[in-house]
Design a protein around this ligand. Structure first.
Ligand code: ZN
Length: 267
């Protein structure tokens, strides 16, 4: 079987895979509260499944890097169980990981993110790196969400909600405490300008302190979750990630140029 996890390679194998133009997928997650009914590792478990399975199905053309387990989480520190990494430390850390792959000769690197507040920081690390786009895994599941979503929009799918709970029920059913699920809370749906949802936010962006607006820590409706939906959401993310990596790998990367000065002196 062709290895699909970067951590299992020897160094000569890593060099070989760089020469073959493998795409590196870097999963990025968080350890944070997910309501009364889910463990704090939800973001880790979901993004790990999507990225490792996409690499496994790509027959050697994609390698999943070891995950960045912790994320930027200041807004959730009012709840126990949450770990936060300061924003500049996080950006630098993500950049250093991606740039280490660049130094080995990999020129196709993708951050796949599993935690909302990481996204803008992953975008910055990705912009510094120039060969590493960043995408949230839920955005890759949009086809299945459009088909199956029952939660209201906006605010119904945001955190420990129908989407995340369905996926966790599918992947780790024994750890979902169904009797502790709380009915719908949509605290970020503040007004017509400020609202938040995994699938679209309002024109004004505000990351509120979670403890101000949610009792349980949930945003959305976990009671609408099912493992069947979770399987469909995961499949959609995995298939889209496989397709993206294939297109990304085939795309040519023109050399960077500098038009700021002419090499010929005009005396
Ligand atoms: Zn989450």
């Amino acid at each position: 079987m062709i290895k699909h996890l970067f951590r299992t390679l020897t160094w000569p194998e890593a060099r070989e895979r760089a020469e073959q133009g493998a795409v590196i997928v870097i999963p990025v997650a968080a350890i944070e509260q997910h309501g009364y009914h889910l463990p704090v590792d939800v973001d880790n478990v979901l993004v790990e499944h999507v990225t490792e399975e996409a690499a496994r199905r790509s027959e050697g053309s994609v390698l999943t890097a070891p995950m960045i387990h912790y994320g930027f989480n200041e807004h959730n520190m009012g709840f126990p169980g949450t770990i936060t990494i300061r924003e500049y430390v996080f950006i630098d850390f993500c950049y250093d990981v991606a740039h280490s792959f660049v130094r080995q000769g990999f020129d196709r690197i993708v951050f796949v993110n599993g935690h909302g507040s990481n996204q803008m920081l992953c975008n910055l690390a990705s912009a510094q790196c120039a060969t590493a786009p960043a995408r949230a895994h839920w955005a890759l599941a949009k086809d299945a969400v459009d088909r199956l979503r029952q939660s209201e929009f906006p605010g119904g799918m945001a955190h420990a909600c129908e989407f995340e709970t369905s996926l966790y029920m599918y992947l780790r059913p024994e750890l979902v405490e169904k009797d502790k699920m709380t009915p719908r809370e949509a605290p970020s749906n503040v007004n017509q300008f400020i609202y938040d949802d995994l699938f679209g936010s309002g024109p004004v962006h505000m990351v509120n302190r979670w403890s101000r607006i949610s009792e349980s820590g949930v945003e959305g409706d976990p009671l609408l979750a099912t493992p069947e939906k979770g399987r469909e959401f995961a499949e959609s993310s995995i298939c889209n990630l496989v397709d993206f990596c294939r297109v990304f790998r085939e795309q040519t990367v023109p050399p960077e140029r500098d038009f700021n000065y002419s090499n010929e002196r005009l005396d």
